[in-house]
Ligand binder design. Sequence first.
Ligand code: FES
Ligand SMILES: [Fe+2]
Length: 380
Amino acid sequence: MQIDLQRKLFDEISGYINTNTTCLAASEMPHLGSSYIDPEYLAREKDLLRTLPQIVGHSSSLAEPNSYIAHNDTGVPILVVRQADGSLKAFLNICRHRAARLCEPGKGKAKLFTCPYHAWTYSPDGKLAGLMREGFPNISSEQSDLIELPVEERHGLIWLVGTPGAEIDVAAFLGPLDTEFESFPMTNFVLERDAVIDVDINWKFVLDGFLEVYHIPKLHTTTIAPWFFGRHSPFEIIGPHSRLVGIRKSFTSIKDGAFEDSEFLRNIAINYQVFPNSFFIWQGDHFEIWTSYPGEVPGKCKVRVQSLCKPEMIGAEFEKRWDRNWSILLGTVEAEDWAMSKEVQASLPHVPGMQILFGANEPGMQHFHSELDKLIEAAR
Ligand code: FES
Ligand SMILES: [Fe+2]
């Protein structure tokens, strides 16, 4: 994070602690609870997601030429392949003959992709490499090559737009967040862990858990509340994205000292929302990246958690520490945040038309949900 920004946040947090205040929106905001349970709203959310850059993995998971990943997590069947020249190409994982799934979901390395139906084969650049020519004397490569999807590597991650022919420009999409991520610098980070979890809650609940710290003292009484405040958090809107800073209780011991002596980044957590469905969470010395993909029905989603650290933090001596970190992380989120979200998911249908409330002390919730509503409305 840029040093000037660190200084500004240091002063802001110290001020909040000294005056026992926190960052506030103008007022509380009602929001229609049905957005978590309405299949029609879900369909519109999915349409929107197909037009925005989605994180589909870490660059290092496709290091070798001809290595590939295939999955449907984003709601679009994708096949991403490392090319001989080091670039990436992404395709719809759909055979051009009669639309069979070309490649089984998973990771691997292949010089050719062979369709399991009638054995059309494709090279890693998506060109049709083999078929029974007598049956198709006149087809063009436009009819037979795999359909490309826009893909880009940035900040060590693979981003893709699930709409053929769409533009992709991740730096422009991130806006000022791009510079902020660059300052860490994430491109040099390596993937320490990567997991995909199916969860029976609406995809937005996963993000809500990182958009406010208000719930920490009660919901996380024995897990993270001893370490983090439930207030004093600076929040900033960055285009459709946002930054919410979580304050470790250890901050009280540095707040009145000099910024230079504060080890500022070790005394905070930073929740960067990359709109709409990812969080980059700075955890003092590493990043967690959470991506929530909508499921088939409003009450289901798929969550991808990636842990990224500096290369020097990989090795046998760090393993125990990462294992511990991982079990605290999932223990807290699964057993507390998502368990509570399941309760909310079950309650909402009992009050048709219910307006839930986002407090002035929950500006991140207000921003995310109004931004999502606005874009969905605009796409109508
Ligand atoms: S559908 Fe793929 S070869 Fe026929
Ligand atoms: Fe939480």
